[in-house]
Design a protein around this ligand. Structure first.
Ligand SMILES: [Mg+2]
Length: 363
């Protein structure tokens, strides 16, 4: 996994991690109140005199890179911008507190579009007990950009980082994997197929010929409206179940490597045990891919991946209180020299490269 040198080839960074490492090398050693700095889902700050730690995370969504406007409503876009930020708080077991919203707005955005964006954010913020308390706005020459910063609180002993996994730990994942990636693929296909109507928004809501509309809608909603696993993350963290955790934003294969690098461990992933919905199975067959194309490498699931000490496994399975959230054991942690490998359906071990999304990977 490690590349020699700075990771910058031809004066460009090849991986997001390379860029982050370079940035870190330019900064002075973190001040004593920084418990966890760059490289985890959130920064963790110790506040003088406070019982809890403050957790802070920022995520931005940029038009044409993260979304196309006709693929969801402005209200759904506002919801999603906050949901993906809250997912980082969930990954470390924090309770949301406050949200800052910064927007770069092209002239073509109407007042009603911006109101809808905030309606989507506000509905989710209220439902999780967080308040939108500030931010900034700017005009934009071209693309719409939303940059959100979320603040949360967690007791110091219950903050779960990416770095705590130990050989022998079991790997668990919430929900089903790959649905969002398949949903996005349907939305993108509808863009390239000749529209049935002159109105692109109307064309984008129609199903592809020969495939059930309800299934497309179900998968597209997983892409548009991811549910941040705040309650599940909090429960895994506060119950002392998770030794390491992150949220799956860029695909299981890529995010598992991130957890393994931070914890300095390897892993075994059992392909047969990856949780997949019946909608995904139908979609994968229609789209002519194996389901593993989506479950292993599809991004934007925003499910949680947790390492759990083997001795806590039985209690975790017996006490899991979320009836509507699947919890699946999908593998285990091994010493670093054993690498990150997939156990195939034929029960062979194959090296598992990070095959998910990286902004800086050569295209
Ligand atoms: Mg994350």
């Amino acid at each position: 996994m490690e590349r020699a040198g700075s990771g910058a080839e031809g004066n460009r960074f090849q991986r997001e991690e390379d860029l982050l490492r370079r940035v870190q090398s330019l900064l002075h050693r973190p001040e004593p109140h920084v418990v966890t700095g760059i490289g985890d889902d959130c920064a963790v700050l110790a506040l003088p005199g406070a019982v809890d730690h403050l957790l802070v995370s920022t995520d931005l969504l940029l038009e044409h890179i993260h979304f196309e406007l006709h693929q969801q409503t402005f209200q759904q876009l506002g919801y999603k911008a906050l949901a993906v930020n809250l997912s980082d708080l969930a990954a470390m077991g924090a309770d949301p507190l406050a949200v800052f919203v910064s927007l770069c707005l092209p002239r073509r955005c109407a007042a009603s579009d911006i109101e809808a964006l905030y309606t989507g954010m506000e509905e989710l913020a209220r439902s999780v007990g967080a308040s939108i308390v500030g931010g900034d706005t700017s005009a934009s020459a071209d693309s719409l950009m939303l940059s959100l910063t979320v603040l949360g609180l967690a007791p110091p002993a219950a903050v779960v980082r990416r770095s705590g996994a130990q050989p022998g730990d079991r790997l668990f994942v919430t929900g089903t994997l790959g649905d969002a990636a398949a949903g996005l693929e349907f939305l993108q296909r509808q863009d390239t197929e000749p529209p049935a109507s002159a109105n692109p928004a109307a064309a984008a809501s129609g199903p592809p010929a020969g495939f059930p509309e309800a299934v497309v809608r179900q998968l597209a909603q997983r892409y548009r409206l991811p549910r941040p696993r705040l309650s599940e993350g909090r429960w895994l963290a506060r119950g002392g179940f998770a030794s390491a955790m992150l949220d799956l934003s860029d695909g299981l294969s890529t995010d598992l490597h991130r957890l393994c690098e931070a914890s300095r461990v390897g892993a075994r992933l059992v392909l047969q045990d990856l949780p997949r919905s019946t909608a995904l199975e139908a979609a994968a067959a229609f789209l002519q891919h194996g389901t593993e194309h989506y479950t292993l490498h599809g991004g934007e699931d925003y499910e949680l991946l947790a390492a759990v000490p083997a001795e806590r496994r039985e209690t975790l399975l017996a006490q899991w209180p979320f009836r509507d959230t699947l919890l699946m054991e999908i593998g285990w942690v091994v010493p670093p020299q054993q690498g990150v490998k997939l156990i195939t359906l034929a029960e062979r071990e194959e090296v598992l490269p990070p095959g998910g999304f990286d902004h800086f990977a050569p295209g």
